[in-house]
Structure formats: C-alpha cells, structure tokens
Design a protein around this ligand. Structure first.
Ligand code: TXA
Ligand code: MG
Length: 321
C-alpha cells in the first residue's frame, strides 16, 4: 500500500485507474450518495479480507454488494416480486435489499459472513455508477471508516480514518444523503427494516403496505449484523484450540507448523501464517470440512491479533450449539 496521499479527484482517467485497481484486488474508497464506501472485488476472498483488515473490524459483519445494473444481480441472488418492485422504484438509490444467495453465487462467503443471504444495492452517485460499470464485477463496500468510527461523507474523512490502508480514494464531493442506505430484509415472509437509512419506512410502506422494523437492537443484532442466530455454523461440532485431531475428525490448521497430528481431512487456513489469507479461507474451508462421514471439526489455536480476533469471534460463535 502506498504512503503517498491517495486522494484523487474523480475524472475519466482516475475512475479507469480505480477500476483497474479493483480488478487487481486492491482497495478503493469511492463516493456514494449515502457515505463513502471502501470497495473491493466481492468475488476475491483476499481482497474482501483486506477490507476487514483495513477497517480493523473485530468481527465479520456482512458487507453490501454494489453493482451498476440490476441484471448484474441475476447470477448472485434469488429475486422475488417484492424485490423487483422495490428495485424499479428506488434504484439507483439508498436502499439495500437482503436476498437469498444463489447456490452458484460467485461472491466470497466472507461478504455474507458465512450466511446464505446477500445484501445488494445500486448507488446513485454518478462516480460510483461509472466505476461499477467499468469494473464489471460486484463490489463489496462497507462505509470507508475505521471500525466504530463515524461514516465518512467526504474524501478527507476517509483519509483521516483509514490513511494509507486504502490504495486510492476517489474524490467526488460531499455525500448528499449523508446517512447509510436503508437495509431491508426480504428473506422473511414480511419485509423487515434491519437498519433505518436513506429511504424512509413511509416511502417503503407507500409501495408495499405495512413494513416491519427490527424492534430492538437485540433483534437487529439477531437478524442483521449477523452476530448470532442466522450465522453459518457447520453441522458438525467444532472443537477449538485443539492440539491434535482424532482419526474421524476434520482438522483445520494454521501456519507452517505441521506437528499437529491426526485428522481424516486436513486443511490449512494459511501455511504462511498470514491472518488475512486465513480470513479469506475461513468460511469456505469450514464448509469443505463439514462432511457427514466425519465426527467433528478440530481447529488449532489462531493468534488473537489483527484479523485473528474476527476469526476467533466467528469460530467461537460457530462452536456454540
Ligand atoms: O449506504 C450504505 O449502505 C454504505 C454505502 C458505502 O453503500 N455502506 C454501508 O455498509 O453502510 P456497512 O458495512 O457499513 O453496513 C452494512 C450493513 C450492516 O448493518 C450489515 O449488518 C448489513 O448491512 N448487512 C450486510 N449484509 C447483510 C446480510 N446478508 N444480512 C443482513 N444484514 C446485512
Ligand atoms: Mg458502517
């Protein structure tokens, strides 16, 4: 990552450069009408893991996928009639729809934090739209701030919050909406607002009739930032901090130490001991080890630093049953 000031005014040349950066797996902050986003190629596990690392997120909250055209979502999510109606009314604009992932969805499981759903939206900022068109890939983008800090509405906010952790910041003025998009869950029988935002409940109800709101922060937490219930947990029991595995267990290791014995199937999150690579592999490898002929999955200790904190958080949640 460069230490030079990464802010560039958005014009045809810089947007093309930003698109090239994104295709190459780099992080690009870009303007949207709500807040600035920290974008990465949503289909690239390593690039998505780099988002979490740059933000310093203590856990893997699921991320919103941005595209320029609704048709670009056909390969990613299962549409329903309500989603079509909402998309035709409010896109491009500050509404995010949570829909079931398609089985063949090429988006990193890390974007969904291991869940079977995907949050998607088309932003209306012309720079965001031009960038997304040029990239031609779905772009995962949380707000471009360090975890726990305010969402940025100017390029300077992004630079102050993330500094040189981002490869390029496309400057496109002040975000007009200034609050994040409304997140609407469409996977339940009735639509539920998971996060209030740029599109109001009244606007949604005009179109859909009554819409539910996640009542409490507990309920929001359960349904959305994907902390507890809806999170992916393997069918098999997970045994953490293992120093060996049984002959009928799957074994998930980390790092170059091959002294851990046992395991009918063995996978290594990162032979190099790279926590970014480990995060990128986590959900996919848990799924790979979740085989019915095994009795459980043993996981070696993961260093509790950097992205290791988020990895351990997810492993702990997945081991509770
Ligand atoms: O306006 C916005 O939405 C901005 C711009 C950059 O698009 N993005 C943004 O992303 O605010 P972030 O990561 O800061 O917030 C995403 C929200 C979180 O509350 C997350 O829990 C929820 O969307 N979310 C993402 N995927 C989800 C999913 N599959 N199910 C439920 N909630 C999801
Ligand atoms: Mg945010």
């Amino acid at each position: 990552m460069s230490s030079a000031n990464p802010i560039i005014a958005a014009d045809a040349a810089s947007v093309t450069k930003a698109a090239e950066f994104l295709r190459a797996g780099k992080l690009v902050a870009f303007p949207t009408e709500t807040v600035y986003g920290l974008g990465a190629d949503a289909t690239n596990d390593r690039a998505v893991a780099a988002i979490y690392a740059a933000k310093g997120r203590p856990d893997f909250n699921p991320l919103i996928v941005h595209v320029a055209e609704a048709s670009a979502l056909d390969d990613l999510v299962e549409w329903n009639e309500t989603a079509r109606l909402l998309a035709s009314h409010f896109w491009p604009g500050p509404l995010t729809l949570v829909l079931p992932r398609k089985k063949s969805c090429p988006v990193s499981l890390l974007v969904s934090a291991g869940m079977d759903t995907l949050a998607v939206r088309i932003p209306s900022h012309p720079v965001a739209l031009q960038l997304l068109r040029e990239v031609g890939k779905p772009i995962a983008a949380p707000s471009a701030n360090a975890s726990g800090k305010l969402s940025p509405t100017t390029p300077l906010h992004v630079a102050e919050s993330l500094g040189d952790k981002v490869d390029l910041i496309l400057a496109g003025g002040r975000s007009q909406v200034g609050v994040e998009s409304t997140v609407l869950n469409l996977t339940s029988p009735r639509p539920i607002i998971l996060r209030p935002g740029g599109i109001t409940k009244e606007q949604l109800e005009k179109l859909l009739g009554s819409v539910d709101e996640a009542q409490s922060t507990t309920e929001q937490t359960l349904l959305s930032p994907g902390m507890l219930a809806s999170h992916y947990a393997p069918h098999l029991p997970l045994r953490l901090n293992a120093d060996a595995a049984g002959v009928d267990e799957g074994l998930l290791t980390f790092g170059p130490d091959f002294s851990v014995k046992g395991g009918a199937v063995r996978l290594n999150l990162s032979e190099a001991g790279d926590l970014n690579e480990a995060a990128a592999n986590l959900f996919a490898m848990l799924r790979q080890l979740d085989q019915p002929h095994l009795s459980g999955i043993a996981v070696v200790p993961i260093p509790n630093i950097g992205l290791g904190v988020a990895i351990n958080d997810r492993l702990k949640r997945a081991s509770v049953r």
